[in-house]
Write a protein that binds this ligand. Sequence first.
Ligand SMILES: NC(=O)C1=CN([C@@H]2O[C@H](COP(=O)(O)OP(=O)(O)OC[C@H]3O[C@@H](n4cnc5c(N)ncnc54)[C@H](OP(=O)(O)O)[C@@H]3O)[C@@H](O)[C@H]2O)C=CC1
Ligand SMILES: Nc1nc(=O)c2c([nH]1)NC[C@@H]1CN(c3ccc(C(=O)N[C@@H](CCC(=O)O)C(=O)O)cc3)C=[N+]21
Length: 289
Amino acid sequence: MTKLMIGTDLAAEMVANAADRARVLQEKTGVQPCLATVLVGDDPASATYVRMKQNRSKKAGIGSRSVVLPAETTTEELVAELHKLSADPEVHGILLQHPVPAQIDERAAFEAIDPAKDVDGVTMHAFAAMAFGEPGFRSCTPGGILRLLEAYDVPIAGAHAVVIGRSPILGKPAGMLLLASNATVTYTHSRTTNLPDIVRTADIVVAAVGKANFVRGDWLKPGAVVVDAGYNEGNVGDVHFDEAAAVAGLITPVPGGVGPMTIALLLEQTVDAAEAQSETAVHSVATLT
Ligand SMILES: NC(=O)C1=CN([C@@H]2O[C@H](COP(=O)(O)OP(=O)(O)OC[C@H]3O[C@@H](n4cnc5c(N)ncnc54)[C@H](OP(=O)(O)O)[C@@H]3O)[C@@H](O)[C@H]2O)C=CC1
Ligand SMILES: Nc1nc(=O)c2c([nH]1)NC[C@@H]1CN(c3ccc(C(=O)N[C@@H](CCC(=O)O)C(=O)O)cc3)C=[N+]21
């Protein structure tokens, strides 16, 4: 019997909680948490995600700042913009939308984000913390996936987790968080041979490929937990839902699964960042006087 693993309600709870904390912080300190989003180029899908994140922020009482740069922006120009936002005391969190145009060194750009403002968990600092199982900002989609698995009491320790995809914002950190929770992790990617055979051995499958309906029902072990992180044109996931739902034990729908959890964690971590930065500000004023 397949059960759905739904993110919508849990995400709404997390957002309500973040909104409460944002309100309390503002009452106490006058500081409104602020998230800056940076979008390079004019890909309409990316523009839609950014708008979605801003709308959701606004509803939670989180301010937003939007930076849009032309498609031909250089690495140096993007790095300079991210340094500026990192130094701006009114900005508490920074999100650089992935992927960036091919001429830009994406790693160099991510590293220009101050780790204290890395609420999307994309810096090497955040990755190392996830890999070592230390506290810190998590990559939002992987962090959201873990929260969802925990909420549904999915056993992770000892489970074989197969991650399909190794992008810096999704597949790679998702595997690290699963490993830190004691799963046995297999990473797969575009050079993997026998992908269906490997997926058939998984207790937990995380699909993060970016190809609609890519994972088929006959790739799955009966009863497997299937997390579909894909979000492709037409709101279609990376897993063939109807086929997979007939075999899986638990499966996330698209939409309504991983997507809302991503945004919820982003907002939660933006409030975490604002709280931590206003603490630091209070302390440094106290030291000065
Ligand atoms: N719901 C949410 O919150 C989010 C959803 N997404 C969605 O998740 C999906 C993946 O996004 P993202 O990680 O950014 O994508 P990327 O394009 O950055 O990465 C895709 C990964 O899939 C791998 N891959 C490509 N083709 C194959 C194949 N035939 N077999 C196995 N692996 C393959 C690539 O391998 P290689 O490394 O070898 O090239 C790469 O590691 C997209 O649909 C995206 O929209 C993304 C972020 C958040
Ligand atoms: N640095 C970076 N961080 C990201 O987190 C990031 C990124 N780059 N690049 C693009 C992807 C895409 N992404 C989504 C977030 C939420 C939904 C989401 O909320 N989806 C809803 C549907 C929303 C709707 O369509 O109305 C759902 O699945 O139910 C989808 C996709 C984050 N991304």
